[in-house]
Design a protein around this ligand. Structure first.
Ligand code: FNR
Length: 194
């Protein structure tokens, strides 16, 4: 059966290039994974006062992360860092203390920007956040996408051969990484000590 992957789009914009990228990645993913969105749109601003009795949107978000077998974060870079709405979502998912939904969740990070840096600085910040949250991450290949609208159709279909090849390779490596982590963290595996 295909592994259930939750993907998070780090932009709330209706014409988000990262949403286009997410559609492209779904189209190019191998059959061993099944992608469904974990939306961050309905989350309120994080407030520690509400941690123990959060609104439903927070509970739904945390459950979706926990039920996914892997996560793929597809995000823009804002001011050389993680967009506020996405960091807000991660903060909710990480709490309350002792109930970090990201722990041991195999995670990939990819992003598109209009600039040449292709979200590299956002991804670097995100790696440090996810490391703290004990989420194993796909180290390579890295994917810093400078978005060229001419390479994508309206439905996110990739029309450029080189882009298609690169993204297909990325998704294949991501799926293999998820498989590897899941096999190492399966209950009863000799390396699983806690
Ligand atoms: C940007 N953009 C941007 N691009 C980049 O490569 N590095 C950056 O640090 C920033 N900073 C930044 C801050 C803010 C507040 C905005 C709105 C934009 C440009 C960004 O790449 C572009 O707007 C993308 O289209 C954003 O992705 P989505 O929302 O279209 O998916």
């Amino acid at each position: 059966m295909a592994h259930r992957i939750g993907y998070i789009v780090g932009s709330l914009s209706t014409d988000s290039i990262n949403r286009v990228l997410s559609q492209a990645l779904i189209g190019l993913a191998p059959p061993s994974i099944e992608m469904s969105e974990i939306s961050i749109r309905a989350l309120p601003l994080y407030n520690r006062d509400d941690e123990l009795d959060p609104v439903d949107a927070v509970t739904v978000f945390k459950e979706a992360i926990e039920q996914a077998e892997g996560l793929l974060i597809i995000s823009p870079e804002y001011n050389r860092s993680i967009p506020g709405p996405l960091k807000n979502a991660i903060d909710w998912g990480s709490r309350p203390w002792g109930h970090n939904s990201f722990a041991r969740k195999p995670t990939g990070i990819i992003g598109a920007s209009t600039g040449a840096i292709g979200t590299a600085v956002m991804q670097s910040s995100m790696r440090s956040v996810l490391s703290f949250l004990n989420a194993p991450q796909l180290n390579a290949p890295e994917a810093y996408i400078r978005f060229d609208p001419e390479h994508y159709g309206a439905d996110g279909r990739v029309t450029d051969a080189g882009t298609s090849q690169f993204l297909t390779h990325y998704m294949g490596e991501y799926a293999a990484f998820v498989e590897r982590v899941l096999s190492l963290t399966a209950p009863g595996h000799v390396g699983d000590r806690d």
